[in-house]
Design a protein around this ligand. Structure first.
Ligand code: HEC
Length: 113
């Protein structure tokens, strides 16, 4: 009997782990900094074929992030286009979707450059 309860607890624990594994609770500003600096600024998006894995991770973070400015609907559209372009292996679409200015104008505060 004891063993059964332990097993149940253990399985429950594992399931919780699995559920929370793919996306962290909340994407932090530091993570977005990494996306911008190690990703976009380093031009990883210019070579989708070579950087697909890390770009997919970054795109997922972006999609989960709550931007400091602009409305959620617009953010969803912009980050959704990035996610979709990576999924479709569409270099041209990714280039268009990662237009720095178009997104910064709407979603980035003026103070942080
Ligand atoms: C989908 C929207 C989006 C796109 C596309 C985008 N950015 Fe950003 N970027 C942001 C947001 C939002 C912030 C501010 C994040 C914050 O303050 O939490 C930011 C911040 C930055 C920062 C400052 C990071 C810091 O130190 O806090 C840099 C540098 C940057 N972006 C570079 C780029 C470059 C270069 C490109 C294009 C190649 C680009 N970004 C494309 C949304 C975007």
């Amino acid at each position: 009997m004891k063993l059964t309860i332990c097993t149940l607890l253990f399985v429950g624990f594992c399931m919780t782990m699995v559920q929370s594994a793919p996306v962290a609770d909340k994407v932090t500003h530091e993570q977005i900094e990494e996306v911008m600096k190690k990703g976009f600024k380093a031009k990883l998006q210019d070579d989708l074929a070579a950087n697909k894995e890390v770009l997919a991770k970054y795109a997922a973070w972006l999609a989960e992030y709550k931007p400091p400015k602009g409305d959620a609907e617009s953010w969803k559209k912009k980050t959704g286009a990035i996610v979709a372009a990576i999924k479709a292996d569409n270099q041209a679409a990714l280039k268009k979707a990662t237009n720095c200015k178009a997104c910064h104008n709407v979603h980035k505060k003026k103070s942080s450059k």
